[in-house]
Design a protein. Structure first.
Length: 546
């Protein structure tokens, strides 16, 4: 029966790339025999998809005839694709060619999100739109319908991303919009043994290779992962934290506060006390591309990125307190800033109150471009702040846009931090030049904070000591002392009062505690959730001998 219409329930979007240099090779749904290596992968949570092609023609005229005697195609036809989707994790970004760092990656060790595109290892892709049987969901479609000629495929070959933007606002879901340009478009019945839409960019020939679309799924997780983090329906605006820190030139995200006069912004720790009430943000960049042609080629043999590439951040907020500052001072002291946007999500069932970091956008070395204020009768006074930075090269880690988060290969961090406790046996040991004999060293596997997200202080640490090597009958439970040094909120050097160390016996057991089991890592995982918040060690220094 003839189809009357096509609606969203019957469509699915895919992106495919076997390798960047073999875009014309066969694409399959199981790759090298393992579905995780599939050459074609689905883009999930799609909200819209638009595609078109345009053909530019040049008239051939001559004296003696009013109308053109021919209209010749001189330039490569332009195929455009743009689509949007709800942000639920970074698996879509990974499938589009962006580099996604593990959540455990240090701030200094981040790799540019565009590194694969800049190095041309993840730049070119084929895109596919599957249309299923009328009135039937694409998700869960039977093989009989997929293979029986009732489904069809639209293919866009040799696609290059030309823009990316992501935004979130109060009352709306975080969304992503992507635009791409291709060199060919194909329409064909079926989803198996469909002709490859890519073309040979040198001579414009069509390859004699086939593609097969994978079965449409409802989420990026596996079928048995219905409550897993990859199956989150979408992220929510109430779980977003924005942090601003002055770029102090170090490898850590711990600089001073945003210092330009006017609107007050959240601190590097995410503290929003007295800051403007942020309503929305938008991150965007364009990858303008110039087709490069030469004599003897029917098509452009390359579409190179136009540099420099700028990434922009725009923040809308309701005004609260003002900060002191003078625009004139910016001329002589033009500071740059680092910005972190953290999006959290549930870690288990929909009723689970525990949340973990799912996505992080990090912008390094951004500079303020504009502040625009608006006030009118009946409305709150608002401000729009615009920032920008340039995208650095694949090896530049101190400028540009970076992404950290959950993908199929980047697991969520659901484990609380662990630690060891030891005692400094000689001055200058433990990695701290100011350590002295008898100091205690608490070394954590990752940065740790108190239940409110604040840095730890000396009173957060405890030590229990005795003279009988029996930690259960400790002779004293006291503060471990004052923090005299620390590194990246992971390693803490503490100095106990002499009155306490004098009672500690060399060779006996000391137990190091945190004040509670609610201390947590940056992703909110509590130290007591996956293990003990106490560790033991043998005393190597003290006021007495065993």
């Amino acid at each position: 029966m003839a189809r009357n219409r096509i609606i969203y329930q019957s469509e699915a979007l895919f992106a495919g790339q076997k390798t960047n240099t073999n875009i014309t090779d066969a694409h399959t749904d199981i790759g090298d025999g393992d579905p995780s290596t599939a050459h074609i992968k689905q883009i999930h949570r799609v909200q819209s998809a638009n595609y078109a092609f345009n053909i530019s023609r040049s008239d051939v005229n001559q004296f003696g005839e009013l109308a053109a005697i021919d209209r010749v195609v001189l330039d490569t036809p332009t195929v455009s694709l743009d689509f949007s989707y709800l942000l639920s994790n970074f698996e879509n970004e990974a499938r589009l060619g962006f580099h996604i760092d593990q959540l455990s990656t240090t701030y200094a060790g981040l790799t540019s999100a565009l590194s694969g595109m800049l190095s041309k290892t993840a730049d070119e892709r084929n895109y596919f739109i599957q249309t299923s049987k009328e009135g039937q969901d694409a998700v869960g479609e039977s093989d009989a319908d997929r293979l029986g000629g009732l489904a069809s495929t639209i293919g866009i070959g040799n696609g290059f991303i030309t823009s990316y933007s992501t935004e979130a606002s109060v009352g709306g879901f975080p969304t992503v919009s992507v635009a791409a340009e291709g060199m060919n478009m194909l329409f064909q019945t079926g989803v198996v043994d469909v002709a490859n839409p890519a073309i040979n960019r040198v001579d414009g020939s069509t390859p004699n290779t086939k593609i097969k679309l994978p079965t449409v799924s409802g989420s990026a997780g596996s079928a048995d992962e219905a409550s897993g983090i990859l199956a989150i329906s979408t992220l929510r605006p109430g779980d977003i934290t924005m942090k601003f820190a002055e770029n102090d030139g170090t490898s850590a995200f711990n600089g001073g506060e945003y210092g330009l006069g006017g609107a007050k912004l959240p601190t590097a720790a995410g503290d929003t006390t007295n800051s403007a009430n942020i309503q929305s943000y938008n991150i965007s960049f364009d990858l303008g591309r110039t087709p490069i042609q030469r004599l003897g080629n029917r098509f452009a043999f390359a579409r190179e990125i136009d540099f420099p590439v700028n990434v922009s951040l725009s923040v809308d907020a309701i005004m609260t307190d003002l900060t002191t500052g003078n625009l004139n001072d910016l001329i002589d002291c033009d500071k740059s800033y680092n910005v972190e946007i953290e999006l959290k999500g549930i870690t288990g069932s929909a009723c689970d109150s525990d949340k973990t970091t799912v996505c992080k956008y990090i912008l390094k070395d951004v500079k303020p471009d504009a502040q625009s204020y608006s006030s009118s009768i009946g409305d709150n006074k608002t401000v729009t702040l615009d920032f920008s930075a340039q995208i650095g090269g694949p090896n530049q880690t101190n400028v540009g846009l970076f992404m950290q988060g959950v993908t199929q290969t980047n697991s969520a961090d659901l484990t609380g931090p662990t630690f060891t406790v030891s005692q400094i046996a000689s001055a200058g040991a433990g990695g701290f030049s100011n350590s002295t004999t008898g100091d205690f060293l608490f070394s954590f596997t990752e940065p740790i904070f108190d239940a409110d997200g604040n840095d730890l202080v000396g009173t957060d640490f405890r030590v229990a000591y005795n003279q009988n090597n029996d930690a259960q009958n400790a002779g004293g439970l006291v503060s471990a002392g004052t923090i005299v040094n620390s590194t990246d909120d992971k390693v803490f050097l503490l100095r106990a009062p002499a009155a306490k160390t004098d009672k500690m016996v060399v060779g006996t057991i000391v137990t190091g505690f945190l004040g509670a089991a609610t201390y947590k890592d940056a992703q909110g995982n509590q130290i007591g959730a996956t293990g003990t918040h106490a560790q033991t060690a043998t005393l190597t220094a003290g006021g007495a001998s065993a």
